[in-house]
Design a protein around this ligand. Structure first.
Ligand code: NAD
Ligand code: TYD
Length: 352
């Protein structure tokens, strides 16, 4: 069935995988990718599909109160998959207001535009909000998991802004009847991940013989999921999820940061033909992140039980593939780390 779908933040890490999946899997859908191209947005992530007949890139800001309603009016969207966000915890510590603006206000601006565009008839419409497990706070080393019923307890400005946006999404559902669905996912890894985040940063530094910064003692635990498996879950939830419901997505794959970095060092030694143990010498324990959450772990059993989703890849296979991707896409990494990607695309995508 022909549909116009708005995906926000599609030039970023996870968004680019979601856009590619939808553009290639659903030729009857027209995918509109609304992205402000902040430092984290890189249209090079979508070079392979940028000329597809069912794909349109729109440079614009989700906080723009004039433009967003016009966009909804012009394209008569059937669905929204909302990923645009400021996403890096460390940046939220130094510049919290950018997070409040985009993650809270931007989400409300989209919700309101969807409500106003769809209010005559919500039939067949859906607003899907992509969120994070970080809204639930931090777990102890006690084998517990975040479920969909876990109370929100965010600690960083990033997680507080995402928690706030989740509440607003539910408020638009409960107050105005907007058909919404929310998912909260654990840490993603894979191709096109901006190298300020742990895994791509470590790969880049190991490759270039630079120190690998490990915060505190490296004891914090994250639950890692391959980004393509997150995109598959988003596809499933968008099509089969129930309005008003929340779905947790996670890999059942907990690693302390230090064990993960040691594993990456081993893989990199092998791939780069270095003596075993060479890359691990780059590990550098640095000052801990302020308010650093100890442990995240997701119980994704609802998604598995109700919609039949499960991760497709074992972590070691996924890490191996990820390292291969960064090693064979040195130009992408060089463009991102030098800032060249922004200069190049600034000339291609003019401000509206
Ligand atoms: P990212 O930082 O890689 O990409 C964000 C994208 O949003 C970029 O393309 C950026 O240009 C765009 N953007 C930012 N502000 C905008 C604005 N005001 N208007 C329009 N576009 C804007 O982020 P990501 O890691 O791909 O995360 C995507 C979503 O998934 C976020 O909502 C994040 O909270 C959520 N999430 C991320 C993870 C993870 O591990 N990365 C895990 C769970 C949930
Ligand atoms: P990150 O990739 O920033 O994701 P998040 O904060 O959303 O979980 O960080 C993952 C973990 O790695 C987190 O516990 C912080 C830690 N970390 C480091 O030890 N060193 C680093 O340089 C970075 C960026 C993160």
């Amino acid at each position: 069935m022909k549909k116009n779908i708005l995906i926000t933040g599609g030039a970023g890490f996870i968004g680019s995988h979601v856009v590619r999946l939808f553009v290639t899997k659903y030729p009857d859908y027209h995918i509109f990718n609304l992205d402000a191209l902040t430092y984290a947005g890189n249209p090079e992530n979508l070079k392979d599909i940028e000329n597809a007949p069912n794909y349109t890139f729109v440079k614009g800001d989700i906080t723009d109160e004039k433009f967003v309603p016009v966009l909804f009016k012009t394209h008569n969207f059937d669905g929204v998959i909302h990923l645009a966000a400021e996403s890096h915890v460390d940046r939220s510590i130094t510049d919290p207001f950018a997070f409040i603006r985009t993650n809270v206000f931007g989400t409300c601006n989209l919700l309101n535009a969807a409500k106003n565009a769809w209010k005559e008839n919500y039939e067949g419409k859906r607003f899907y909000h992509i969120s994070t497990d970080e809204v639930y706070g931090a777990l102890e080393f006690d084998g517990s998991f975040f479920t969909e019923e876990t109370s929100y307890d965010p600690h960083s400005p990033y997680s507080a802004s995402k928690a706030s946006s989740d509440h607003f999404v539910r408020a638009w559902h409960d107050t105005y009847g907007l058909p919404v669905v929310v998912s909260n996912c654990s840490n993603n890894y894979g191709a096109n991940h901006f190298p300020e985040k742990l895994i791509p940063l470590a790969i880049h530094n190991i490759k270039n013989n630079k120190p690998i910064p490990v915060y505190g003692k490296g004891e914090n635990v994250r639950d890692w999921l391959w980004v393509n498996d997150h995109a598959r879950a988003i596809d499933l939830i968008f099509h089969k999820g129930i309005n008003g419901e929340t779905y947790n997505i996670g890999g059942h794959n907990e690693w302390t940061n230090i064990d993960l970095i040691k594993k990456l060092c081993e893989i990199m030694d092998r791939k780069l033909g270095r003596e075993p143990g060479t890359s691990a010498q780059l590990i550098n324990f640095v000052k801990d992140r302020a308010g650093h959450d100890l442990r995240y772990a997701i119980d994704a059993s609802k998604l598995q039980r109700e919609l039949g989703w499960e991760p497709s890849l074992q972590f070691e296979e996924g890490l191996d593939k990820t390292v291969d991707w960064y090693l064979s896409n040195q130009e992408w990494l060089d463009n991102v780390t030098s800032g060249n990607y922004q200069k190049y695309y600034a000339s291609q995508y003019e401000e509206r």
